[in-house]
Design a binder for this molecule. Sequence first.
Ligand code: FPP
Length: 239
Amino acid sequence: MTGTSVSNTSEALEHVAIIMDGNGRWANSRGLIRSEGHRQGATNLREVVEAFANEGVSFITLYAFSMENWQRPPKEVQNLFDLLVESVAKNIEGLHRDGVRIQHIGNMVDLPCEVREAIRHAEEVTQNNHQVTLSVAFNYGGRAEIIEAVKKIIKDSIPFSDITEKIIEDRLYTTGLPDPDLIIRTAGEKRLSNFLIWQSAYSEYYFTDVLWPDFGEADVRKAIREYKSRRRKFGTLES
Ligand code: FPP
């Protein structure tokens, strides 16, 4: 683990969630096909995860494939599936060595067999690691997550008078994870796109024009510095 820490100021940063946007634009701007952008985007994951870990971040969540992404051309969807399988094969050993626990959030049922297998393998190998939890949102949708939680509540026959935030949170994909302190979106867009919509109620947001494949250690440090300069009030008068 390298780099000078910027995490010695006020706001604690436990969980960072990232909307990795701009792979297509990165490829287009170089006259490459979109899949090259995704490939480059997958390549820099390791550096970014390590940079956050070096800054003491314990939970990192990546938005790698949304439920809405099924609407892309089948070839691109297949490309993203292949990349996930490849990324697991390529990185699992190193991540395991670094004490990273990998977990999937999202809907597994509709994913092809090879993707489910890769995810299960990654989860199984790393299940006892505690250094960093890397959650991969793959076939994830925030509204679908809430609908599933509601269905579980009904299935569990929980009376309406007993419904609390905890009852709902215990039935989300993210159960056991702290809410994200910081949500980063690359490539200039300023929206949440159905990502962690329940969990982001009090998150801070960081938007950058940097395209995801170009996002590296220096950008990690910049985002953390910006986060540390904020004052979180959670609805109180504290500042
Ligand atoms: C958004 O860029 C990015 C995605 C839809 C996929 C994110 C996937 C990766 C970073 C690599 C894959 C990693 C794993 C682990 C599978 P975009 O295609 O919407 O970019 P654009 O808006 O510039 O077209």
